[in-house]
Write a protein of this length. Structure first.
Length: 129
């Protein structure tokens, strides 16, 4: 009986470890301090994790909350250079074609939540909250 409990506990811890690893790999943006440039750090960290991008640049980012709700977002204006032949939706929505494959003046909203001193983003960046 004791062996089965140990096996079940080990399986539970392994599952929790895999889930946490996947969560922080796919949904990784963590900013320890809340400072003037924290919104830009969150936006840059979110863009850095997009494997379909060759390069990116955040022009402006700030925190916003929807009126009447508790939903929090980082609103950002940015430019991206998608990888060639990447299956991506970077061309959809907003922004304009720039030079050398760049899409410029895009804007988006990244949902986030606080977990103590950390900020963790959602997985999507939408063109509207």
């Amino acid at each position: 009986m004791k062996k089965k409990i140990i096996e079940a506990a080990a399986a539970l811890f392994l599952t929790a470890g895999v889930c946490l690893t996947l969560h922080f790999t796919v949904n990784p943006t963590i900013v320890r301090e809340v400072s003037d440039d924290a919104a830009a750090k969150i936006a840059e960290s979110w863009l850095r994790k997009q494997i379909s991008l060759r390069d990116y640049e955040v022009t402006e980012a700030h925190f916003m909350t929807l009126r009447g709700t508790q939903k929090k977002y980082v609103a950002m204006t940015y430019s991206v250079k998608p990888r060639e032949n990447a299956l991506t939706s970077w061309y959809a929505g907003n922004g304009e074609d720039g030079e050398d494959g760049w899409l410029v003046d895009k804007y988006g909203f990244i949902s986030y939540r606080r977990a103590g001193p950390y900020v963790v983003t959602g997985t999507a960046c939408n063109t509207g909250p």
